[in-house]
Design a protein around this ligand. Structure first.
Ligand SMILES: N[C@@H](CCC(=O)N[C@@H](CS)C(=O)NCC(=O)O)C(=O)O
Length: 209
């Protein structure tokens, strides 16, 4: 079994990379020279025809054509890792199949929220004034107490794929948008500080990912 993650410097590949570092999942890292256009080379578009990173090759699973599984989209990669390598949704660790299914569904919700809602509010300038503060207010309430976003009737599972997806974007804030005033969101600020203090996060983002 071998996992190879393709990414670039300061790219969304830092999200699945952070996940694998946190969970101690062995992987090989292939950093593409994106400034030099390596992501548009045939060797990489054979993995992601859209020429975007991250992409993951997992030879522990077969694609429909029999070749090793190739995945693009950071959210799809995160959910695959959480399911098959992070043991986040196994009925044994979740205390039953219904709970495992609920956890999986909620994890998908948060990963999709991060990539489809939060990222759009953040990176699309027209959304930053209106949509972004609304999201931040709700997140600030939900993040109070430093619990995992997947905490529920089953207790707090600890740092999870949901936290990886959402907190990775929050941690981008002071890096990419230092002009945004985060003082109205103390719990978001605390989450960003806690993320920055994690050893696995520092290993990935030491050079800002
Ligand atoms: N929704 C995708 C976005 C992927 C994406 O836009 N990646 C950027 C780097 S962060 C990229 O590869 N850009 C190169 C290009 O568009 O040429 C994901 O989350 O994986």
């Amino acid at each position: 079994m071998a996992l190879t993650l393709y990414g670039g410097a300061r790219s969304r590949a830092s999200m699945p990379r952070w996940y694998m570092e946190e969970k101690g999942i062995p992987y090989s890292w292939r950093q593409l020279d994106m400034e030099g256009g390596e992501h548009r080379d045939e060797a990489f578009t054979a993995i992601n025809p859209f020429a975007k990173v991250p992409a993951l090759v997992d030879d522990g699973f077969k694609a429909p054509g029999g070749e090793p599984l190739q995945l693009f989209e950071s959210g799809a990669i995160l959910l695959h890792l959480a399911e098959h390598y992070g043991a986040e949704f196994s009925s044994e660790t979740c205390g039953g199949t219904a709970t495992a299914a609920a956890r999986r569904a909620l994890a998908s919700q948060w990963v999709l929220f991060a990539n489809a809602t939060l990222a759009v509010a953040l990176f699309v300038p027209a959304n930053r004034d209106k949509e972004f503060p609304r999201l931040m207010s709700v997140l600030d309430t939900l993040l109070a107490g430093g619990r995992s976003l997947l905490a529920g009737p089953w207790g707090d599972p600890g740092w999870s794929v949901a936290d990886c997806a959402v907190n990775a974007y929050l941690a981008y804030l002071p890096i990419f948008f230092p002009q945004i005033d985060l003082s109205p969101y103390p719990n978001v600020q605390a989450t960003i500080s806690a993320t920055g203090a994690r050893t696995a996060y520092q290993r990935v983002m030491g050079g800002r990912g």
